[in-house]
Design a protein around this ligand. Structure first.
Ligand SMILES: Nc1nc2c(ncn2[C@@H]2O[C@H](COP(=O)(O)OP(=O)(O)OP(=O)(O)O)[C@@H](O)[C@H]2O)c(=O)[nH]1
Ligand SMILES: [Mg+2]
Length: 442
């Protein structure tokens, strides 16, 4: 399987941090050296590696280290996110036409898997997207190409249109499109001829076909086994034809995988499909996260990442709870809480259990609640720092100023202050319960 050794090397590099309680600049540099080695040895493009490490370093040094999340978990998460972003972040699907026939043209060098991929993708969209596809055999160069396609089409129940090898590819496509229209097909695949190298004759023919039908998708097949070369191939095809997506084939082989990791960021073409074997069902629709899971090579990387996030949230929640329960609750804390509720973070659930806060958040799912939250935030924003930290000084004249400043009424400001007083009392009470050994919220 491709990426196997990259996976091993990455997992090994994370070990540099195991047992380390804290992230220092020194151990950040240590692990970056290891990650760099892992990427370069796996054939990731040099420039891509450099950018990758810059981003990881920045995130590692910029992330507040939280005691309960160990540095190696944090690093796994940061590297994982960076790989996802390298792979394009977003899933890009087939670019179906709003109306009329969607045409998908497959291009690529000889033997990279054009014909096989046409069959695989036609099969998938027929079943999954309920499309009614047809295939045009526009490879008239390789003697057995038409026959290969016909056998393939038959095996998936998709009609293959061909005019034999005596009629030119462009003419075949022209008549094929008319045939598709007359027969109510909604998706047409064009299987084109491959060449050993990119040459003018090939590009001319592909351009003519492109100009004739203006396909919604031009998918370039690249063979993962050919390594860094796929970057140049992708760039060249993209320059000449404006490719809309890549089909990376033969990822089931033992390709080092680095080129696949680099191609999106260097050639700026999204990967849309991945071929994982010779059989018709050996096709993955490309999702950056899934590929990142695979590259990280840790079956449980996703749960690891989730756990790390959860722990970070819990830690933040506990810290703020501690403060509040020790009676240090200020309007500033309240503002932070309102912000958190706004973001609907996991803290929302905990906050809802706090008496008092409950009132402010009870209609949390409605637009009204959102407006109320924002109003309360606006009121606190209109206060001075001193007022936020010591709300007792807020009397009549200050209330007028705050109401004016936040575009609210005196009543709104008074309500917020009452709410705050109540919360503070309740926090104090709970704090005492806590000290007496009772556990709140159970
Ligand atoms: N292992 C593996 N083999 C594949 C994959 N995709 C294609 N192949 C094999 O690669 C070989 C070439 O595939 P084709 O689909 O004929 O490639 P092509 O680009 O149409 O080739 P030409 O038409 O000759 O340019 C065949 O033996 C396929 O079975 C894949 O994802 N994994
Ligand atoms: Mg072919």
């Amino acid at each position: 399987m491709a990426f196997e050794s990259l996976s091993d090397k990455l997992s090994n590099s994370f070990k540099v941090l195991s047992g380390k309680g804290k992230l220092t600049e020194k151990n950040v540099e240590d692990i970056l050296v290891e990650i760099r080695k892992a990427l370069l040895e796996s054939d990731v493009n040099y420039q891509v590696v450099t950018n990758f490490l810059t981003n990881v370093r920045e995130k590692m040094l910029g992330t507040k280290v939280i005691d309960s999340v160990n540095p190696s978990e944090m690093t796994v998460k940061i590297v994982y996110d960076e790989i996802v972003s390298l792979l394009g972040s977003e899933h890009v699907g087939i670019n179906y036409a709003q109306s009329g026939i969607t045409t998908i043209m497959l291009v690529g060098l000889q033997g990279t898997g054009k014909t096989t991929s046409v069959g695989k993708i036609a099969n998938v969209i027929k079943k999954r997207d309920n499309r009614n596809p047809m295939i045009i055999a526009a490879d008239i160069i390789r003697p057995a190409a038409i026959e290969q396609l016909k056998v393939l089409g038959e095996s998936i129940g998709v009609e293959v249109f061909s005019l034999g090898s005596e009629v030119s590819a462009v003419e075949t496509v022209k008549q094929g499109m008319e045939y598709a229209k007359a027969n109510n097909y909604d998706t047409v695949f064009i299987d084109t001829a491959g060449r050993l190298h990119i040459d003018e004759a090939l590009m001319d023919e592909l351009k003519q076909i492109k100009d004739l039908v203006t396909p919604q998708d031009i998918l370039l097949t690249v063979d993962a086994m050919t390594g860094q070369d796929i970057i140049n191939v992708a760039k060249t095809f993209n320059d000449l034809l404006s490719v809309s997506g890549l089909v990376v084939t033969k990822l089931d082989g033992d390709a080092r995988g680095g080129a696949v990791l680099s191609v999106k960021s260097v050639a700026d073409v999204a990967i849309k499909f991945v071929g994982t074997g010779e059989k018709i069902e050996d096709l993955d629709i490309f999702y950056p996260e899934r590929m990142a899971d695979r590259i990280m090579g840790m079956g449980d990387v996703v749960s690891l990442v989730e756990q790390a996030e959860e722990k970070m949230d819990m830690e933040a929640a506990e810290k703020s709870m501690e403060r509040m329960l020790s009676g240090q609750f200020t309007l500033e804390d309240m503002l932070t809480q309102l912000d958190q509720i706004n973001r609907m973070g996991p803290l929302g659930g905990i906050l809802k259990m706090i008496p008092g806060m409950n009132k402010l958040t009870k209609d949390i799912d409605t637009d009204d609640a959102e407006a109320a939250l924002n109003k309360n935030k606006a009121i606190i924003y209109s206060m001075t720092i001193e007022e936020r930290q010591n709300p007792r000084i807020i009397r009549a004249s200050r209330i007028n100023r705050i109401a004016d400043g936040s575009g609210t009424t005196r009543k709104d400001v008074n309500n917020l202050l009452k709410q705050y007083d109540k919360m503070k009392d309740q926090m104090r009470m709970m704090g005492r319960m806590f000290k007496n050994g009772n556990i709140p919220f159970q």
